[in-house]
Write a protein that binds this ligand. Structure first.
Ligand SMILES: Nc1ncnc2c1ncn2[C@@H]1O[C@H](COP(=O)(O)OP(=O)(O)OP(=O)(O)O)[C@@H](O)[C@H]1O
Length: 438
C-alpha cells in the first residue's frame, strides 16, 4: 500500500486564514487539518485530527453514501471535480443544515491526494424543532433543499410550484436568507389580492396626481425591494394585461412609476410561486408563454406533506411549540398516530391549524386524541397507518425491528449517542445496526 503523501504545510496554514470552516482530508476520509473556524464549529476541545470526516460531522460509522446520503468525496473521486451537497451536520449548537463544497487536490503524480472541504450553514432551514424557519428531514424535503442551496447564491429567477400550504413563502425567504441579498429587503406580494388597476401602482409606484386619490408620490414594491428579493405569490392569478407589464419589467430591467416618464432601473431578484400548474395555464391561453419562460428559469417543486410523512412527528412537535410558545405542550402517542394517518390536503398549514385548535381544546400539558378533529381519528384510518415507533422505555424492553429502527432514525432528533442511551444499547451496537440497515 502506498503511503498518503503529506500535504504542503503552506496549504494547511492557508486554510487557517480562511474565515469559513474548512478541513483537509485524504482519500480515505481522514482529517489531516482543520482550521480555527471548523474547530469552533465542533465545540471546544474536539479531537479532530486523524478521525474520519463522516464520524465527526454525522456520527456515522460509515461514509455518508453507505448511510443513505450522497458523499461528496466519493463523487469527487469519480468526477475528478469539485462537488457540492447539503448535509445535516452535528455542530456545537446541535444539528444544522450545511452547504458542503469539496475540492480535490492532486499530488505531484497528478492523482487526487487530498480534499478541501468548506462548510457554510444554510440559514432558514432546520432538521430539528425550532421556533422559526423551514423544518424537515425527509428525503423529498432534502432534495428540495439541495435546489434551494444551489440557486440561492446566484441571482437566478426562481419559480416555486407546490400545493397550497407546502411552505412556498418560507422557501422563498430561505433562498433570500442564503443569498448575497440577505441584508436587503425581502418583499412579498400576494398577486391574487391585486386588482388590475392596483397592480401597476402597487408594483411600480406612482407620482402625485397620477390618478384620482394619488395625493402624494408613492414608491412601489419593486423599488421597496431594491437590492433585495421580490416574491410574487400566486403568480398564476395575474390577469393577462398585467402579465405584459411584468414581462416588460423582466425583459428590460426597468420600469416607470405611474404618471412619470422617468425610466428607473430595477435591482431585484425575482422569486415567484404558484399552486397552479403554469404550463397548463399556458396551454389554456391564461398565462403568457414568454412570461412563463422568463419566470421559470429555475423551477423548484415543493413536496406535499403526504410525500414526506416521516416529517410529521418533527413538524407536529415544532408547530405545537410555535402555536402555543408559552405552554410547552406534549403530544400523546395516540394523538401522534392520528396525525400520521391523515393525508393533509392543506399540507403543513393544515397541520398547523389542527395543532392550534388542539392547543385551545387542551387544558392540560398533553394533547390527546380527543383534542383533534373527529375525522382525523376515525378507527379505520388510524389502524391502517403504522405509527413511528417511540423509544423503548423501561416498560417496553423488547428489541426494535430493523424497520422500526430505520423509521426511528428518520424521526429521532437527538444525537446517536443519546439515541443509543435511550434504547439501552451501546453506541457501538447502534452503529453496527445502522450499518446493517444501509
Ligand atoms: N417545512 C415547513 N416547516 C415549518 N413550517 C412550515 C413548513 N411549510 C409550511 N409551513 C407553515 O405552514 C404555513 C403555510 O406556509 P406558506 O404560507 O409558506 O405556504 P404556501 O405554500 O406559500 O401556501 P399558499 O400557496 O396557500 O400561499 C405557514 O404557517 C408556514 O410557517
Amino acid at each position: 500500500m502506498t503511503a498518503t503523501p503529506q500535504p504542503l504545510p503552506e496549504l494547511v496554514s492557508f486554510l487557517e486564514t480562511l474565515p469559513e470552516p474548512h478541513i483537509l482530508c485524504d482519500r480515505s476520509y481522514r482529517i489531516l487539518a482543520a482550521n480555527a473556524a471548523y474547530r469552533a464549529n465542533c465545540g471546544p476541545g474536539a479531537d479532530l485530527i486523524g478521525r474520519k470526516c463522516f464520524e465527526v460531522s454525522h456520527r456515522y460509522p460509515v461514509p455518508c453514501d453507505q448511510a443513505g446520503e450522497s458523499c461528496p468525496l466519493a463523487r469527487s473521486l469519480v468526477s475528478g471535480q469539485r462537488e457540492r451537497v447539503v448535509h445535516l451536520h452535528h455542530t456545537s449548537t446541535g444539528e444544522s443544515y450545511e452547504n458542503i463544497e469539496l475540492s480535490p487536490i492532486r499530488g505531484s503524480d497528478g492523482e487526487i491526494a487530498w480534499f478541501i472541504e468548506k462548510l457554510e450553514p444554510l440559514p432558514g432551514a432546520r432538521g430539528l424543532a425550532g421556533t422559526q424557519g423551514l423544518l424537515g428531514r425527509a428525503p423529498a424535503f432534502r432534495h428540495m433543499l439541495e435546489l434551494v442551496a444551489r440557486v440561492a447564491p446566484s441571482d437566478a429567477t426562481v419559480l416555486l410550484q407546490g400545493e397550497s400550504g407546502t411552505g412556498k413563502e418560507l422557501v422563498a425567504q430561505a433562498i433570500h436568507d442564503a443569498s448575497r441579498r440577505s441584508a436587503r429587503p425581502f418583499v412579498a406580494v400576494d398577486c391574487s389580492g391585486l386588482t388590475e388597476t392596483l397592480f401597476e401602482s402597487e408594483l411600480f409606484g406612482h407620482e402625485r396626481g397620477a390618478f384620482t386619490g394619488a395625493s402624494a408620490r408613492k414608491i412601489g414594491l419593486v423599488e421597496a425591494a431594491s437590492g433585495g428579493t421580490l416574491f410574487l405569490d400566486e403568480l398564476g392569478d395575474i390577469p393577462l394585461p398585467m402579465q405584459v407589464k411584468l414581462l416588460r419589467l423582466l425583459e428590460t430591467g426597468t420600469y416607470r412609476r405611474v404618471g412619470s416618464t422617468e425610466l428607473i432601473r430595477a435591482d431585484i431578484r425575482l422569486i415567484s410561486a404558484t399552486h397552479q400548474p403554469l404550463k397548463a395555464l399556458v396551454a389554456q391561453g391564461r398565462f403568457r408563454q414568454d412570461l412563463f419562460y422568463r419566470v421559470n428559469a429555475f423551477p423548484i417543486c415543493l413536496p406535499a406533506l403526504r410525500e414526506r410523512p416521516d416529517d410529521i412527528p418533527l413538524l407536529a412537535e415544532a408547530l405545537l411549540g410555535r402555536v402555543a410558545p408559552e405552554r410547552k405542550l406534549k403530544l400523546a402517542d395516540e394523538a401522534l398516530a392520528c396525525l400520521q394517518a391523515y393525508d393533509y390536503p392543506g399540507n403543513v398549514r393544515e397541520l398547523r391549524n389542527i395543532l392550534e385548535r388542539a392547543s385551545l381544546m387542551c387544558d392540560g400539558d398533553t394533547v390527546q386524541r380527543r383534542h383533534l378533529p373527529e375525522e382525523l381519528c376515525e378507527p379505520g384510518r388510524v389502524q391502517a397507518a403504522t405509527p413511528t415507533p417511540r423509544l423503548a422505555g423501561p416498560d417496553t424492553p423488547r428489541e426494535l425491528s430493523d424497520a422500526e429502527l430505520a423509521s426511528l432514525l428518520r424521526s429521532y432528533r437527538g444525537s446517536r449517542k443519546a439515541l443509543a442511551a435511550e434504547l439501552g444499547l451501546s453506541e457501538r451496537t447502534l452503529y453496527r445496526r445502522i450499518k446493517v440497515l444501509s
